[in-house]
Design a protein around this ligand. Structure first.
Ligand SMILES: [Zn+2]
Length: 452
C-alpha cells in the first residue's frame, strides 16, 4: 500500500485527493481515504505486529500514474552523443544505420538495460519500443529482467534505402518470419507485461507487401503496429514521389491505420491528413525533443487534438534527444506550441493526459494502465516533493508535474504492483554494472561501426 500521499486521479479531468492506494495481485485494489498510514503508525507504536499489508509511507509525496512513452528505440541508447547536430537523413546514413548494423546480441542487451534503467528511474513505466533488425530476443530478455512494461518489436526493412548498410537488409520473407517468431515467443510474456509490436521502420525502407503482411500479423496476434511517419519534409516528398500518395493515405492503403497503429512524429501532415488520422483512430506519438534536435519541425499537436486525433508522447532515442525523460518531453511539448498559438495552447493538464491516457491508448492498453483507478494494473510513480524547485506547493499539482518536476524527483516506481525503484534506487538490477557494461559495449560498437 502507498499510504499518506496525495493521489493524482483522473475522472474526466485531473483531481488530487489525500489517498492510500492499495495494491493486490498487481492491480489497484482500492483508493482509500488516506487514513491507513496513521492507523499503521499507531499500530506500530502500540506494539502490534502481524502479517498486515506492507505500507510505504508517501507523506509529502504525490502518487501519480506511471508515465508512458509511445515511441522509443532502446537499441539506440548506446549511441548517445555519437550522432549530434545532424538532420535526420545524415543522422541515419552516417551514424544510426552503421551503428545498428554493428550491434551484437550482447550490445543490444546492454543498450536495452541502460535505456530501461533511465526510463524507470525517471518515472516511465511503459514504452512502445522499436528495436533494430537483429537480436531483438536480447532486448526482450533485458526488458523481462528489469521490470518495465514494454511493447517492443524488431525493426522491419526489406527495401534498401540509399546509404543503408547491407547488414541491415533482409528479404520480406525473412523479416516477417523473424517478427512472427518473436511474437510467438514474447507476446504476453512476463504475466502480460511484455508484448510484441510489428514495427516497419518507415515507408522508404519497406515494400508494400511487407507493410500489408505486417498489418495482417498485427491483426492475427492482436498486437500494435509501430512505425515512423511524416517526420521530415524530405520523407514526405520521397513517399509522394515513390507511391503517388501522401504518406497517411499510402499507409492507410497498406493497412497501417486505426487504433492498432502508432505513427511516430506526424510533423508534416496537412489538415486533410489530420482528419483522416482522426477518422481512423490512429495514434500519433509526438516526440518534441527529437523533432527539434533533428530540425524536423514542430508537430501541430493542438491541431491534431482539435481534429480528434489520439496523441501520445515519446522521447524517441538517446542519439536524437539525448535523454529518455518523460518530464522533459511533457514540458517541451507544452512550451513549443505557445509562441505559435498563444500561451494557452496545450495546457499542462492536456499534456499530462497525453503522457498517461494517450500512451495507454497507443499501447492498446487503455483498459489496463494510464490512470489510478481500481482494477487497473498498478503502474505507479511516487514523486518526492521535497526539492526547492517544487515549492511553494500552493498551485496546481498538475502544473508542478508538467512544468517544474524532473526525472530525479521520482522516488519510487511500481510496475504491475512490483516495486522496481525504491528511494531513487533501481531494485531490479544493479545500476553500476548496467552503466559499466553500457560504456564497454558502446566503445565496442563505435569501433565496429567505423563511423566517418
Ligand atoms: Zn524513432
Amino acid at each position: 500500500m502507498l499510504a499518506g500521499g496525495d493521489g493524482l486521479l483522473h475522472e474526466g479531468g485531473w483531481r488530487v485527493v489525500r489517498a492510500d492506494v492499495t495494491v493486490r495481485d498487481g492491480r489497484i485494489a482500492a483508493i482509500g481515504p488516506g487514513a491507513a498510514l496513521r492507523k499503521h503508525q499507531e499500530g506500530e507504536r502500540g506494539g502490534r505486529s502481524g502479517p498486515g499489508p506492507r505500507v510505504r509511507d508517501c507523506s509529502g509525496c504525490l502518487v501519480m500514474p506511471g508515465l508512458i512513452q509511445a515511441h522509443v528505440h532502446l537499441c539506440q541508447t548506446l549511441f548517445r552523443g555519437l550522432a549530434d547536430d545532424l538532420p535526420l537523413e545524415d543522422w541515419l546514413v552516417r551514424r544510426i544505420w552503421p551503428l545498428e548494423a554493428a550491434h551484437t546480441e550482447e550490445t543490444v542487451y546492454a543498450s536495452a538495460l541502460l535505456g530501461a534503467a533511465e526510463l524507470l528511474l525517471g518515472g516511465t513505466t511503459a514504452i512502445l519500443d522499436m528495436e533494430t533488425v537483429r537480436h531483438t530476443d536480447a532486448a526482450f530478455r533485458a526488458l523481462e529482467r528489469i521490470g518495465i512494461r514494454a511493447t517492443a518489436g524488431k525493426c522491419l526493412m526489406d527495401a534498401h534505402p540509399e546509404g543503408a548498410p547491407l547488414a541491415l537488409a533482409e528479404s520480406t520473407d525473412t523479416a516477417l518470419a523473424d517478427a512472427e517468431a518473436l511474437a510467438e515467443r514474447w507476446h504476453g510474456g512476463a504475466g502480460g507485461r511484455l508484448r510484441v509490436c510489428f514495427a516497419p521502420r518507415f515507408v522508404p525502407s519497406c515494400s508494400g507487401p511487407l507493410l500489408r503482411a505486417t498489418s495482417d500479423l498485427a491483426e492475427r496476434f492482436d498486437a500494435q503496429l509501430h512505425t515512423h511517419a511524416a517526420e521530415t519534409i524530405v520523407e514526405r516528398e520521397t513517399v509522394l514521389r515513390t507511391t503517388g500518395l501522401d504518406e497517411i493515405a499510402y499507409l492507410d492503403s497498406v493497412g497501417i491505420a486505426g487504433p492498432r497503429a502508432v505513427l511516430a512524429h506526424c510533423v508534416w501532415v496537412d489538415l486533410h491528413e489530420m482528419n483522416r488520422l482522426a477518422r481512423q483512430g490512429t495514434n500519433v506519438a509526438h516526440c518534441p525533443s527529437s523533432n527539434l534536435k533533428l530540425a524536423s519541425g514542430i508537430a501541430k499537436v493542438p491541431e491534431l487534438l482539435a481534429a480528434g486525433c489520439r496523441v501520445a508522447i515519446g522521447a524517441d532515442a538517446a542519439p536524437c534527444n539525448n535523454r529518455l525523460d518523460a518530464f522533459a518531453e511533457m514540458r517541451l511539448a507544452a512550451l513549443v506550441q505557445k509562441p505559435r498559438l498563444g500561451a494557452d495552447a496545450l495546457p499542462a493538464a492536456q499534456v499530462l493526459e497525453l503522457a498517461t491516457l494517450g500512451g495507454a491508448h497507443a499501447l492498446g492498453l487503455d483498459a489496463e494502465i494510464g490512470s489510478i483507478a481500481p482494477g487497473k494494473r498498478a503502474d505507479l510513480v511516487v514523486l518526492d516533493l521535497r526539492e526547492p524547485h517544487l515549492h511553494p506547493l500552493l498551485g496546481d499539482p498538475v502544473s508542478l508535474v508538467v512544468y517544474a518536476a524532473c526525472a530525479s524527483d521520482v522516488r519510487d516506481v511500481v510496475v504491475d504492483g512490483r516495486p522496481v525503484v525504491l528511494g531513487h534506487e533501481l531494485v531490479t538490477a544493479p545500476v553500476d554494472a548496467i552503466v559499466r557494461e553500457g560504456d564497454r559495449c558502446a566503445a565496442e560498437l563505435h569501433r565496429l561501426a567505423r563511423l566517418t
